[in-house]
Design a protein. Structure first.
Length: 403
């Protein structure tokens, strides 16, 4: 039986990759005219023939998947789940997923991923996000000669091509749910300008408050991670606002009783007198590190928090418990994603489930479409999710009316 000539056979003879051979035979960009003619001539001489469309659909491709190191740390496994689903979908198309993690140093110094520099892939998927500068660097790098799309992020460039969850809509749903339970004082937990997902969920939160005539209280916007490294803060590191009065057994107590000692009360007073501007107290970092849970003495406190993800919600619940506050009896908490790593408590958190499987399916379908037709128009595909009610939030009054 005569052995069929493959792309690998042609590439081996000419000293180029099968990906380069494939581009040349499809008249795609990324190959010089001279090399293209040489590859096409060699293919004819070796007896290579294009297969039927049905067979071509089974030709193996290599899809490069690129992710930032900071989003793949311990317990932050949502992107690992997305990657596993991506790899499975790509395998179903008789193709291979090539995963590359970009370190913080590589991102900061504009170092191209090897999968791009060495042209090892037919198409690229950015999983999550990078800094705006690095995203533009990847988009406009002359070394990138293959299609690229984003999954779970968008750049906002003219030729942006992305698949994202409905983060704004989901943030609106979760905040509106708390408003329907009578909560007017609602905090948001998530470090802004870290990812587009966190920002979009915050925008949904703001939109819901706006529609009910409630202003955003900036003192109730709580950071949950380091913006540079992406490291999630521990429960003991969350910098929460605290009340001048606390609750114990249903009775209001003065702040010295809440903190447990006059020494702690004096420490809080020291924190509040470091520097005062017209609008807020700026807390000295040294003192904040001594007592990171305490940020501000306020007359009014949030009765509920919307967290940008379920893992943050879980850590917030632990932080509130350290203060003697129970969820949902004293404070309501809701999350997002419907995802917690194994071994993390929080199965009773009311949340908004991202349809990760559909997002992955759309992303894989889109990158294969772009490989077949690189000039096809781009766009952002938004995938809706599902509200899941559990027991982490309770009613405190009549629904807050729309304005």
């Amino acid at each position: 039986m005569i052995k069929k000539v493959t792309l690998e056979d042609i590439g081996k003879k000419l000293g180029v990759s099968a990906v380069t051979v494939s581009k040349a035979l499809k008249d795609q960009k990324g190959v010089s005219d001279q090399l293209r003619e040489e590859i096409q001539r060699t293919a004819r001489e070796m007896g290579y023939s294009k297969r039927s469309r049905a067979h071509n659909m089974r030709i193996s491709h290599t899809i490069g998947i690129i992710a930032a190191e900071r989003f793949l740390q311990e317990h932050q496994s949502f992107y690992w789940v997305l990657y596993q689903q991506l790899a499975g979908r790509i395998m179903e198309k008789s193709s291979t997923a090539l995963f590359e993690v970009v370190s913080a140093k590589e991102e900061a110094n504009d170092i191209l991923p090897r999968v791009i520099e060495e042209q090892r892939a037919d198409g690229l998927i950015i999983l999550g996000t990078f800094s705006r500068r690095y995203m533009e660097f990847l988009y406009y790098a002359p070394e990138r000669t293959v299609p690229l799309i984003c999954l779970d992020s968008e750049v906002g460039l003219e030729r942006d091509d992305a698949v994202i969850g409905d983060n704004v809509g989901g943030g609106y749903v979760m905040t509106n749910y708390l408003l329907s339970l009578g909560h007017r004082r609602i905090g948001y937990v998530g470090t802004l300008l870290t990812t587009s997902s966190i920002d979009d969920r915050y925008l949904g939160y703001v939109k819901a408050l706006l529609h009910h005539g409630i202003e955003v209280n900036q003192e109730w916007i709580i950071k949950d991670r380091d913006r540079v490294t992406g490291r999630l803060l521990k429960s003991s590191e969350l910098c929460l606002p605290i009340s001048r009065k606390g609750k114990k057994n249903g009775k209001l107590l003065e702040k010295s009783s809440v903190f447990g000692s006059v020494e702690n009360e004096m420490q809080m007073d020291r924190m509040r007198t470091v520097e005062i501007s017209a609008e807020k107290t700026i807390v000295d970092k040294r003192l904040a590190n001594e007592m990171p849970l305490d940020r501000l003495l306020a007359d009014e406190m949030p009765t509920a928090y919307f967290c940008n993800c379920d893992l943050t919600a879980s850590r917030l619940i632990e932080a509130l418990s350290m203060r003697g506050l129970r969820v949902p009896q004293d404070v309501s908490v809701v999350g997002f994603d419907n995802h917690l790593p194994k071994g993390i408590s929080g199965t009773d958190i009311t949340t908004y489930e991202i349809n990760a499987k559909l997002m992955v399916a759309k992303a894989v379908s889109r990158i294969f479409q772009k490989m077949d037709n690189p000039s096809s128009p781009g766009g952002v595909t938004v995938i809706g999710g599902n509200f899941i009610e559990r027991t982490s939030a309770v009613r405190v009054g009549e629904p807050v009316p729309y304005i």
